[in-house]
Design a protein around this ligand. Structure first.
Ligand code: UD1
Ligand code: PEP
Length: 435
């Protein structure tokens, strides 16, 4: 288990280049299984989850060639389905959430798929009903056999297009069903589809491979099945969650940071949500400039009510940034209610912030009220452990703003989603040592 030792109180100054988007990468990489032709992908983030998925594709027989710092070529011309029966597959696929999206492409191209219970953040119950109900609607048989070591198995000799109303707008569920449907016979309509930029990017890539998807960016996707897909080239968007994390980091540490090449129109309401915490930012072309700010004041709602930030499916505010918004409010002026509607175990990390001196009331597993310290009391460095990717980075931000030294254990969680975060932040003035 690795740890970060952080010396707090350093103000940063300089530029940060966001990595490619983690959650887009996981979808896009699974899609390489849909064709025997080569697929070139750029801006792939070098993070643990993505590297593990690339490794898994290699084990499955996909030719993987690194052609640049963050560019790879993949060719799934000779996939070895026997690998799905091995213990190595089980161990590797169970290590991340994104591996579940191998199922849709396998089903579309090889008529069957098999996956162990996927891993990912332990942030509450993470059901997979949307995925399997969707596959069943397309004509697949689904089986979960606890005695078979806990595998989910899907089989379909002939997928047929149909209309379906998803039981919830699941991000990975929509991606999975979409990838299963692109080569189904006839027309599929997926209503209540998730429409995050990750999915818009996936749809764009599939269309450039020959798929016929319309409604991209809406919650109704229409897919005319085609018999075959071909190779393509795709570039990943910058990671909007990393961009949001850098905005929060700049505010908490009173740093002047320019976040480069953000593809601002793709960030939805993320910048505005941080602005409502009182954080100033300027769009300079496609860069976001955040000046060093002594203080920032959380707005009230127009009727004078206390500001609440809650998650909802896109184009609502992503749940993956709520931990960052929460920590950013710790040194703001004013009070903020965080309402994490989707996950029931994602707010427990606030006990560490409270130990550091933050004023937070954990109302229940879904809601926390932050009473901003307005810089009148500094946080103090402590030893803590990173429970999940985003809480881990929230703790890192808290530690960087604190007085004294902190240690964060279990930083493998942070490495799952943020590429060389210590090196990149040290380059603009942070003091983080990887132990
Ligand atoms: C690899 C990947 O892409 N992971 C992301 C993906 O996970 P993932 O695709 O696993 O998450 P889902 O979208 O399926 O759902 C997340 C949670 O939200 C609940 N839910 C979902 C939709 C809805 O309309 N109402 C609702 O309450 C679900 O029951 C579940 O508990 O999307 C999540 C929600 O944005 C993000 O936190 C994860 O980072
Ligand atoms: C919850 C997350 O990831 P995963 O779904 O991969 O666990 C995340 O990226 O914040």
């Amino acid at each position: 288990m690795a740890s970060f030792q952080i010396t707090g109180g350093r103000k940063l100054k300089g530029e940060l280049n966001p990595q490619g988007a983690k959650n887009e990468a996981l979808q896009i990489l699974c899609a390489v299984l849909l064709t025997k032709d080569p697929i070139t992908i750029h801006n792939i983030p070098g993070i643990r989850d993505v590297n593990q998925l690339i490794d898994l594709l290699g084990d499955l027989g996909v030719w993987v060639t690194k052609i640049g710092e963050s560019s790879y070529r993949f060719q799934a011309s000779d996939v070895n389905l026997d690998y799905l029966e091995t213990d190595t597959y089980k161990r590797k696929a169970a290590a991340l959430r994104g591996s579940v999206m191998l199922l849709g492409p396998m089903l579309a191209r090889f008529k069957k798929g098999r996956i162990p219970r996927p891993g990912g953040d332990k942030i509450g119950r993470r059901r997979l009903d949307t995925h399997f109900l969707g596959f069943e609607k397309l004509g697949a048989q689904f089986n979960y056999d606890a005695n078979d070591g806990g595998y989910y198995q899907v089989d379909a000799s002939n997928l047929r297009g149909t209309y379906m109303l998803l039981d919830e707008a699941s991000v990975t569920g929509t991606a999975n069903v979409l990838m299963a449907a692109v080569m189904a016979e006839g027309t599929t309509q997926i209503y209540n589809a998730a429409c995050e930029p990750y999915l818009q990017q996936l749809s764009k890539m599939l269309n450039s491979m020959g798929a016929k998807i319309t409604g991209v960016g809406s919650n109704l996707l229409t897919i005319e099945g085609v018999s075959e897909l071909t190779g393509t080239e795709h570039t990943m968007l910058p990671d909007m969650i990393e961009i949001g994390s850098f905005i929060g980091l700049a505010a908490m540490t009173q740093s002047e940071i320019t976040i480069k090449n953000c593809q601002i129109p793709e960030l939805g309401i993320i910048p505005d949500q941080f602005k409502r915490l009182g954080i100033q930012m300027e769009f300079r072309g496609d860069d976001i400039f955040i000046p060093a700010q002594e203080r920032y004041q959380i707005e009230s709602f127009l009727d004078g009510g206390m500001m609440t930030v809650a998650d909802s499916p896109w184009p609502g505010f992503t749940p993956d940034l709520l931990s960052i918004v929460l920590v950013t409010a710790v040194q703001a002026q004013g009070t903020l209610l965080i309402h994490q509607k989707m996950f029931e175990s994602r707010l427990f990390f606030v006990d560490k912030l409270i130990d550091m001196g933050a004023q937070i009331i954990l109302c229940d597993p879904h809601r926390a009220t932050v009473v901003g310290l307005n810089r009148q009391i500094p946080l103090k460095g402590i030893r803590m452990s990173s429970p999940d990717i985003r809480a881990g980075v929230a703790l890192l931000i808290a530690a960087m703003s604190a007085q004294g030294t902190s240690i964060i254990d279990n930083i493998e969680q942070i490495d799952r989603g943020y590429q060389n975060i210590d090196t990149r932040l040290n380059a603009i003035g942070a003091e983080i040592i990887r132990l």
